[in-house]
Design a protein. Structure first.
Length: 84
């Protein structure tokens, strides 16, 4: 799917929709690029989610030690934030 026309144009300059708009090869290449980009973003989000869980688990363990009890309030706040 491509946009038929754009709101802005520059007189006497061929725009991208004129140059590439309906070219199947161009659209295929853009689709591949978008698929790759979205896949990489999703992979990063999964990694961040796993790291967040590991960090929270580590802080929970640390907060159980006598000299680290000040972390327990932080752990509770983080646990609430990750649910929303």
């Amino acid at each position: 799917m491509s946009q038929e026309s754009y709101l802005y144009s520059i007189p006497k300059v061929d725009s991208n929709e004129t140059l590439y708009g309906g070219d199947p090869k161009f659209l295929s290449e853009i689709n591949k690029l978008c698929e790759t980009l979205i896949g990489q973003i999703l992979d990063q989000l999964k990694t961040l989610g796993r790291d967040e869980v590991r960090t929270l688990d580590f802080l929970k363990l640390q907060s159980q030690q006598a000299d680290m009890s000040h972390l327990s309030e932080t752990v509770q706040r983080l646990a609430l934030q990750t649910r929303t």
